[in-house]
Design a protein around this ligand. Structure first.
Ligand code: PLP
Length: 482
């Protein structure tokens, strides 16, 4: 133990241990590509290696680091491995890790401007920067009626948008009286499950969520949306909320925002756009068409914690009319009253989110933006997309594999021509090899492999090795079967 009188870690020891831990992380970054991406452990194995009770006496930090190496590392899925191609990337970077550390070190609560002015103002400022960098509608800037806020996740952003829409459509009556079962929401059959979760939490009832059909590119069919809205109105229901997706989870499908936006505009329905991963691509002018039609959106979010080198959690969420959001979520107990709030001259982010407390997440985003610069970020986004497109061209040219759909950006969906069972077995063997990690989707009833390219340190060599491994294991599997 460090300080016998107070039990605290002294600043001197913190300095020393901090350096050791930063060294440990840097070493981890250097070796992570050589570790099996997916852990070969059985359920319960990690807990069995831990003492049943918390220590009565404080322990030396060396002992903690030893257990980190011995017990924890073997049970990790290495999301930061350059061979991680599963789900969507959840990448990080040196500057973001340092920003996170600093946020913990400062330990400020940014729930209101008055509880830490710099936390609020940096957040507002960085989100305005991003409006420009991504070329988002000016209505999202804080000097308009709108503005941005950092949420923990895209799930929270969707929930907040839905609650604002619910209150707007009921003229704030549902906050008082609850929902009467008449409010209806719409999203595509390919939307993320967080939309359904938001419906549950916001009390609309899952029966009031319409899953709209998609076309061959897995994008929402706007004419079906228009019809469902009309049917619901005829049935006396209240269409209130559409969640469109820019980059669906399974395939990166891009819902047609201009058409959906026009429908929402005519119908006076709140349009939320979830661009959790794909939104980052708009840093590059050549990919900005993914946001065509965003001028119709009432709210929008994307996750720097997916593909913009900012470690989890960090979702950027904008609204075009901040009053709608704030009025839906605000509560002002006596103990939070203060002069700055009363003056109306400041932003109090507690009114823009579900929790009251909030940490200083803008720091890591600020560090990332300043370290890479827009040019550095674009460089890596272009690189990832080019790698994915090249991978897709190999699949397309192959006699054994087939593309499930043309990849719009950095996610390639494909299967083996020998069928579902073969593709599933191949998938198992690939992940069991520890040399890469892939996840799957079911597309039109077919078992589909997803190759999501976006990990910070993924280079051409990793993608080439992955393709080689897929080809080799597929041949092995076919030979074993014959
Ligand atoms: C399109 C989409 N939206 C939302 C989410 C959920 O993100 P979060 O974990 O930030 O809530 C995901 C996660 O992969 C996603 O793909």
């Amino acid at each position: 133990m460090s300080d016998e009188t107070s039990y605290h870690m002294t600043p001197e020891e913190f300095r020393r241990r901090g350096r050791e831990l930063v060294d440990w992380i840097a070493d981890y970054q250097e070796r992570v590509g050589s570790l099996p991406v997916f852990p070969q452990v059985q359920p319960g194995e990690i807990r069995a290696a831990l003492p049943a009770r918390a220590p009565e006496q404080g322990e030396d930090f060396d002992a903690v680091l030893r257990d980190l190496e011995k017990v924890i590392v073997p049970g990790l899925t290495h999301w930061q491995s350059p061979n991680f191609f599963g789900f969507f990337p959840s990448n990080n970077s040196g500057p973001s890790i340092l920003g996170e550390l600093l946020s913990a070190g400062l330990g400020v609560q940014g729930m209101m401007w008055a509880t830490s002015p710099a936390a609020t103002e940096l957040e507002t400022h960085v989100l305005d920067w991003l409006v420009d960098l991504l070329d988002l509608p000016a209505a999202f800037r804080s000097d308009s009626d709108g503005g941005g806020v950092i949420q923990d996740t895209a799930s929270s952003a969707t929930l907040c948008a839905l609650i604002a829409a619910r209150e707007q459509v009921t003229d704030f009556a549902s906050n008082d009286g609850g929902c009467d079962g008449s409010i209806v929401a719409y999203t595509s059959s390919q939307a993320h499950s967080s939309v359904e979760k938001a419906i549950k939490i916001a009390g609309l009832g899952c029966n009031n969520l319409r899953l709209i059909d998609v076309d061959d590119s897995f994008a929402m069919r706007p004419e079906v949306l228009a019809q469902r809205i009309e049917d619901d109105r005829e049935a006396g229901l209240v269409p209130a909320f559409v969640c469109a997706t820019v980059g669906t989870t399974a395939t990166n499908g891009l819902d047609p925002l201009p058409e959906i936006g026009r429908i929402c505009d005519e119908e006076d329905v709140w349009l939320h756009v979830d661009a959790a991963m794909a939104g980052t691509a708009a840093l590059c002018p050549e990919f900005r068409s993914i946001h065509d039609g965003l001028e119709f959106a009432d709210s929008y979010c994307f996750n720097p914690h997916k593909w913009m080198f900012t470690n989890f959690d960090c979702d950027c969420f904008w609204v075009a009319d901040r009053a709608a959001l704030i009025n839906a979520l605000t509560i002002l107990p006596e103990y939070l009253r203060n002069e700055a709030t009363e003056s109306g001259a400041v932003i109090d982010y507690r009114d823009w989110q579900v929790p009251l407390g909030r940490r200083f997440r803008a720091l890591k985003l600020w560090f990332v933006l300043r370290h890479y610069g827009a040019e550095g970020l674009r460089f890596h986004i272009r690189r990832h997309i080019a790698l994915a497109q090249e991978f897709a061209s190999w699949v397309d040219a192959s006699d054994d594999f087939e593309l499930a759909v043309q990849p719009p950006l950095n996610l390639v969906c494909f299967w083996h021509r020998a069928g579902d069972e073969f593709t599933r077995q191949l998938h198992q063997r690939l992940n069991a090899s520890g040399r890469l990690y892939l996840t799957h989707a079911m597309l039109n009833g077919r078992y589909t492999l997803r190759m999501a390219i976006g990990q910070t340190h993924t280079e051409a060599e990793h993608v080439e090795r992955a393709w080689q491994l897929m080809s080799d294991l597929a041949t092995e599997l076919a030979e074993g079967d014959s």
